[in-house]
Design a protein. Structure first.
Length: 203
């Protein structure tokens, strides 16, 4: 029986802003997504991260929030209560967008770091939509990707220690779409990067 050929992967950079540390008691108040690139076997093709994007601001799901967390995004919570998208509608629109941009490929969420953003995104997808276009484990952490390629401890995988050519020239604004686009460029740079001295060695 011939070996099963894996589908290409379409990497989608996602950044979320939240008003607390965990979903449920606290809310995801905005999220942005940008297509970073496509991997087919050993070949990776970077995308223009501004070409295919998604952004929503969401109505909070509880009255609880951490003022310091809310302040990071700069969003007005009272306005979101009045005007934010209903989470169920936003998740349905996002799933439709992911499936549209990833036709013929397996969508993979990527983030820096992915752990926080994935926790909120997956919880919202399942809680308000009952489905995830990424499955239950379709996420890739850019910190881990860099640590593995550079052969450094995970705690040392911070942007301040990365080679400058890997970093996006865009500002990190804490606007979810801006940051998703910025991180999409980091993702492509990491995927295409070979450390000096060959694979598995840091420069």
């Amino acid at each position: 029986m011939p070996a099963r050929t894996a589908r290409p992967s379409l990497y989608i950079s996602v950044d979320i802003e939240a008003d607390g540390p965990i979903p449920g008691p606290y809310s995801m108040i905005s999220f942005g997504a940008a297509v970073a690139g496509r991997q087919d076997g050993a070949s990776y093709t970077a995308a223009d991260p501004e070409q295919h994007t998604f952004y929503r601001e969401l109505r909070p799901i509880s009255d609880a929030y951490v003022p310091e967390a809310l302040a990071v995004s700069g969003l007005d919570r009272d306005r979101l209560v009045r005007e934010g998208a209903e989470p169920a509608a936003a998740m349905a629109e996002f799933c439709a967008w992911v499936r549209e941009v990833s036709v013929g490929a397996q969508p993979v969420m990527c983030g820096y770091p992915a752990s926080f953003d994935w926790t909120f995104l997956y919880w919202y997808l399942m809680r308000f939509g009952g489905d995830s276009p990424f499955g239950h484990s379709g996420c890739l952490d850019m910190k881990t990707l860099y640590a593995a390629k550079a052969r450094v401890p995970l705690r040392a995988a911070v942007t301040g220690r990365m080679p400058k050519q890997l970093l996006s020239r865009r500002r990190h604004t804490h606007h979810a779409l801006d940051d998703a686009i910025e991180q999409a460029e980091l993702m492509s740079n990491l995927m295409l990067w070979t450390p000096p001295g060959g694979p598995g060695t840091a420069g």
